[in-house]
Write a protein that binds this ligand. Structure first.
Ligand code: DQA
Length: 142
């Protein structure tokens, strides 16, 4: 059984990107933490990160029939992308929206999420552990 883990633009820079906001752990750490949360539940992770919206859309489409749900940190696309929302609702897979930082404590433009009303699970501002929490909550709904 499989879950798709999607990380959006700039998350490849984790570790060196604004460490005061995002910490010093890397994308590899994110993927390891999520996989470690999934394994005892009998799930494996398919991980994708891209700075290109279309690559993320294709990965979401390709999850159909292959993954049972999606854990996604859409990064800046959270606040801008109808396309990403349409991809997620289009494949009819339950998904968890994750943000490492507390977007509600930051600039106002980060307060709006195009996914907030269609996400099955939202975990915000809990650092990397938020990915593990999101995975567990999502799996509990399957
Ligand atoms: C983020 C929050 C977004 O506002 C930002 O654009 C990101 C990361 C987070 O994980 O806290 O790139 O999704």
């Amino acid at each position: 059984r499989r879950i798709l883990l999607v990380n959006g633009p700039n998350l490849n820079l984790l570790g060196t990107r604004e460490p005061e906001v995002y910490g010093t752990a890397t994308l590899a750490d994110v993927e390891r933490i999520t996989a470690e949360a999934a394994a005892p539940l009998g799930f494996e992770i398919r991980a994708v990160q891209s700075n290109h919206e279309g690559v993320l859309i294709d990965a979401i489409h390709d999850a159909r029939g292959e993954c049972e749900g999606i854990v996604i940190n859409p990064a800046g696309l959270t606040h801008t992308s109808v396309v990403l929302r349409d991809a997620l609702t289009g494949v009819s897979l339950p998904f968890a929206e994750v943000h490492i930082s507390d977007v509600y404590a930051r600039e106002e433009f980060r307060h709006h999420s195009f996914l907030h009303d269609v996400a099955a699970v939202r975990v915000i501002g809990r650092g990397l552990e938020g990915y593990a929490e999101a995975l567990r909550e999502l799996v509990s709904l399957l």
